[in-house]
Design a protein around this ligand. Structure first.
Ligand SMILES: Nc1ncnc2c1ncn2[C@@H]1O[C@H](COP(=O)(O)OP(=O)(O)OP(=O)(O)O)[C@@H](O)[C@H]1O
Ligand SMILES: [Mg+2]
Length: 280
């Protein structure tokens, strides 16, 4: 059994609320999960289930109301803004936002954007420039894009630049929030290939998606969020073969190529009703 030192990410009993007073609502409830070094975790769930909230809380962008987060063995729960800034600067964990425009500063050129995390970390400019060029090639981007600003890129290029920026510091953990959802088929295949290469290179990954199909080919393990709770987690093969939760079965029903027999329309309707608490 791997020891605790192998955990790149450990989330324990996490609660997150948004809003105050009567508008306070719970986005995550008692969520626990681990990602070991070199492992890819697929985090799936329908829209509003709390996937981005979980990612943002791990990055210290949203404050938890309960529970604990450890990254690379370091307990970051309760870090102040200043502690977070210095922790993020070290580049242990990187987050690629769901909207790639949010990962990139609109005023910086692509080259400046990629250089920034390296220079902040204290790398000398010459080696930082070299690392940027190498990274660019690795995500299949041409160097003629380096002087451009985010607004002058296509959606697919922007997503690849955002991924390149996350990779350039060689973090121990990368969280990719819906990295392929907004892309066309060709760009999707390219990004999935980059994710596979990363996984093969031993980087720990959290791959967030509402689409079980794109996660299944990449993830070692799958965790399923449903209305802010983790309703299922296990090895990808286990989850696909013997899904435990009705919501996971519903997801599987929409992935016809997997081993589980596809749910019929009537079965899916019954599951939906069950999930919504209606009498079947
Ligand atoms: N800043 C915020 N303030 C208040 N409520 C929020 C905020 N961000 C998210 N929420 C709410 O928290 C819940 C979880 O949202 P979250 O963005 O984490 O879902 P998600 O699983 O990432 O969805 P999607 O697949 O659409 O990206 C939703 O009900 C959402 O409306
Ligand atoms: Mg989201």
């Amino acid at each position: 059994m791997p020891g605790i030192e192998d955990e790149v990410l450990e989330v324990s009993d996490l609660d997150v609320h948004y809003g105050v007073g009567r508008r306070r609502h719970r986005a995550l409830s008692g969520v626990s999960l681990q990602v070991r070094s070199g492992e890819t975790l697929g985090l799936i769930g329908e829209t509003g289930s709390g996937k981005s909230t979980l990612a943002r809380t791990v990055l210290g962008l949203v404050r938890a109301s309960g529970g604990r987060v450890r990254i690379g063995g370091e307990d970051v729960t309760g870090y102040s803004q200043r502690q977070w800034r210095s922790f993020r600067r070290r580049g242990v964990v990187q987050y690629v936002f769901q909207d790639p425009l949010r990962s990139l500063d609109p005023d910086l050129t692509v080259q400046e954007s990629l250089l920034e995390p390296l220079l902040l970390r204290g790398d000398p400019r010459a080696s930082a420039l070299e690392a940027v060029r190498e990274q660019f090639a690795r995500v299949n981007l041409d160097e003629h894009l380096l002087p451009r600003r985010p607004a002058e890129l296509s959606g697919g290029q922007r997503q690849r630049v955002a991924v390149a920026r996350a990779l350039v510091v060689e973090p121990a953990l990368i969280i990719l929030d819906e990295p392929v959802s907004a892309l066309d088929a060709a760009n999707r295949v390219q990004i999935l290939q980059i994710i596979k290469n990363l996984r093969d290179a031993g980087t720990a990954l959290v791959f967030i998606s509402h689409d079980l199909g794109s996660v299944a080919g990449v993830a070692d393990r799958i965790a399923v969020l449903y209305q802010g709770e983790l309703v299922e987690s296990g090895s990808t093969a286990e989850v696909l073969r013997t899904p435990q939760h009705a919501y996971t079965r519903l997801l599987l029903g929409s992935v016809p190529t997997l081993h589980a027999p596809p749910a019929t329309r009537a079965e899916r309707q019954a599951l939906r009703a069950q999930l919504n608490g209606e009498p079947v």
